[in-house]
Design a protein around this ligand. Structure first.
Ligand code: ADP
Length: 372
């Protein structure tokens, strides 16, 4: 354990001793280093690059990581290459950007996203993953919700991932209910307040995605950070996503946010597989009557208007919440329930959509890491 508190300055001092690749000054003075985030003994930042300079920058990344690991008190250095640019002004159309290199062993990456927090995105993500698993598929979950990583809790998993090699360069994913999981929540203390900026998010997630020893995987579900800010846009842009599922409640406000989510994926050419309406209605446990608390059918109408498939409606149900809180997701622990059937149906549609030609397109070009 470190005895003194690490500061950004400690890291900057070391980085200032590393020459920039063009020989002019150091990596800091050349403006190649993003903001530096420190969580306990973990240091995270990104090095800016362009696709043309990936090879040189990859070598530099290795050297930088090593130098940072040499700082007393640093146990983990997460340095990623990023080609992040400033976000385009709202409404401006962005030309199709090349996205991250494919992840070895993983066939389809699917983002589960929402325009705002608290709509049941993570609950949908885990149950969709389990629904896909129930179809006989090999499934993994990447908890990319760095602002509130809830997957460890939803899976009922604690502890830290183990290294899968002697040098500690790769991590083994955690696993439960037949699904593999990696989450930033395993790596930082639950009560650590996290302030993440765009490049930081990308830096941490690139490492979680690419430095985990995933097994052969048919579908990886990525639980996105909620919202449509720069971090989300960069993530959508630089991850080789096969498609995205958008979760919304029927409330108007959430739908406006959902539309923003839809536009975000469209902007970066990620196909939207469909919209899920969560907390759609409530069936009274006493009288059996169906109550449409938030109004109902908004997401379905909106999906039709926007020309996006509507994947299904998940009722508000106390059992779903109670099981989630206990780390016993409904699809795995109450497979005969109505909810489990709804999630499995959504999973079937997602899988069919992934396999249909409609979503296939040319392999994305490399932007990030490891083009060696
Ligand atoms: P998000 O990822 O969008 O922030 P969560 O999946 O964490 O949302 O869900 C927020 C809260 O709502 C959690 O307590 C969860 O258990 C609950 N919840 C989500 N979906 C449902 C549902 N269909 N019925 C009842 N509770 C739900």
């Amino acid at each position: 354990m470190p005895t003194t508190k690490l500061s950004q300055d400690d890291v900057l001092q070391v980085l200032k001793r590393i020459a920039a690749p063009d020989g002019r000054g150091n990596v800091v003075s050349a403006g190649l280093v993003s903001d530096i985030a420190i969580q306990g003994s973990t240091v995270m930042f990104a090095l800016l690059t362009t696709p043309q300079h990936i090879k040189t920058m990859e070598i530099l990344r290795g050297a930088v990581e090593k130098a940072v690991l040499g700082i007393p008190g640093v146990e983990k250095a997460m340095v990623a290459l990023t080609a992040e640019r400033a976000a385009p002004p709202t409404g401006a159309s962005t030309p199709a950007q090349p996205r991250g290199n494919a992840v070895p062993g993983i066939r389809y990456l699917v983002a589960v996203a929402s325009g705002k927090g608290g709509v049941g995105k993570s609950t949908t993500a885990i149950n969709l993953a389990l629904g896909l698993h129930s179809l006989g598929l090999r499934v993994a979950v990447l908890d990319a919700d760095v602002y509130g990583p809830s997957m460890p809790k939803l899976f009922g998993l604690t502890g830290k991932p183990e290294s899968s090699d002697a040098e500690g360069k790769k991590m083994k994913p955690m696993s439960r209910y037949g699904v593999e999981l990696m989450s930033i929540g395993f790596l930082v203390a639950e009560d650590t307040p996290m302030i993440w900026r765009g490049p930081m998010v990308m830096s941490a997630l690139t490492q979680l995605l690419r430095e985990t020893e995933w097994g052969e995987t048919d579908v990886m579900i990525i639980d996105m950070p909620p919202g449509t800010g720069d971090a989300q846009l960069t993530l959508a842009q630089q991850t080789p996503l096969a498609g995205a599922v958008i979760v919304s409640t029927p409330q108007d406000l959430a739908l406006i946010d959902a539309r923003k989510g839809l536009n975000m994926f469209r902007k970066v050419n990620v196909p939207v597989i469909g919209i899920v309406e969560n907390m759609s209605y409530f069936v009274c446990t006493k009288c059996g009557e169906r109550h449409e608390i938030f109004g109902h059918g908004g997401a379905k109408e909106e999906a039709e208007r926007l020309g996006v498939p509507f994947l299904g409606e998940v009722p508000l149900d106390q059992d779903v919440r109670l099981r989630s809180d206990r780390g016993e997701p409904v699809v795995a622990t109450a497979p005969d329930s109505k909810h489990a059937a709804i999630y499995r149906d959504i999973a079937r549609q997602v899988w069919a959509s992934l396999q249909s030609g409609g979503l296939s397109r040319p392999a994305p070009r490399i932007v990030l890491e490891n083009e060696l």
